[in-house]
Design a protein around this ligand. Sequence first.
Ligand code: ZN
Ligand code: ZN
Length: 358
Amino acid sequence: MAAEPANSTLSQNPEAIVGPFTDIVQRTTGIIAANTPNDLHWDRLLIMLFLALAIFVIYNGHGAKAADGGERKTGLLQFLLPRDIYTHVSARVDVWLWVLERVLRPFWFVGLFATVGPTTEQTVISSLEFVFGATPAFESAFSWMLLYSLFSLLCYDFMFFSFHYTMHKVPALWAIHKIHHTAEVLTPLTRTREHFLAGPIWATGSAFAFGVAAGLFAYLFNGGITQATLFNVSFFSFLFGLTGAFRHYHIEFRYPRWLSVWIQSPAMHHVHHSYLQKHWDTNMAAVTSIFDRLFGTLYIPEKNEHTPWGIGPDTQDQYRSFWQNTIGPFRDWYRMLSRGQSPQAGAVPTPTEEARES
Ligand SMILES: [Zn+2]
Ligand SMILES: [Zn+2]
């Protein structure tokens, strides 16, 4: 992963602004693979365990949820690694879906992330040059790097919110995303529990969001913000890795209300996975609470709020095995088409509605 000199790509055409995204991709794809959001880095898992231990001590054994989504008091081992959760069939399916995701990731990841990102970035740069003329070539400073990181985070979070919201509301897409919600227990691997068709959708969205931010800042700084991108990508890798892992952990890690209205706490994602009607379609964003607040989908749970996970008793038994989860979307689409319905926008098929219809 040794990086070549930063100006190696510029030497081919000194006139062209090369955005940080393109620069990184051109230098080596390995650096991207090493810095993308990944929840299984040992350092993140260690931080997660440390926080879990702190919660165990502070709440005297309270604060962890059982497989049924209810809070209970336990001993330390059961608190950190509850038997009913880690021996659950849903946790086993998480493992197989994770394996499949790892096998398929290089195909869509390199194919989409490395093409959509740079294309978006270069399009943004060209559009800005067309509208505003040549780059103002500002001097990059640390405060600008922070602003760039924050802007990227908001772009990413807005993309995540809008893609996620759409996948909940459009039945044909819900058929794909539902596989994330068929998890009956939450483990750190539930983060990557997705149908294999969801990977390209998320990769396209992420690449587009980061490409927009990178293009804007590359224009403002004449491409001289590459260092910030590296900082930025590592920063995200860490933040998403931690929140991604912890929000799919059974321990209720809450923030005070004043912070929850700005940043999603892991406990708020427990709510997102609940099949109780009052919890449906809430807390859709990845990092901040800003877009959920703006669009009225924010739900801050009470302490120890019951969050039974999965899609509900009516249809859950259709989504227990790896195989059922893999063919699930195709079966749903077939049902939609054979009913004469076109798979288009409408109310999200709820567990009860689906049960009524089938
Ligand atoms: Zn969801
Ligand atoms: Zn989730």
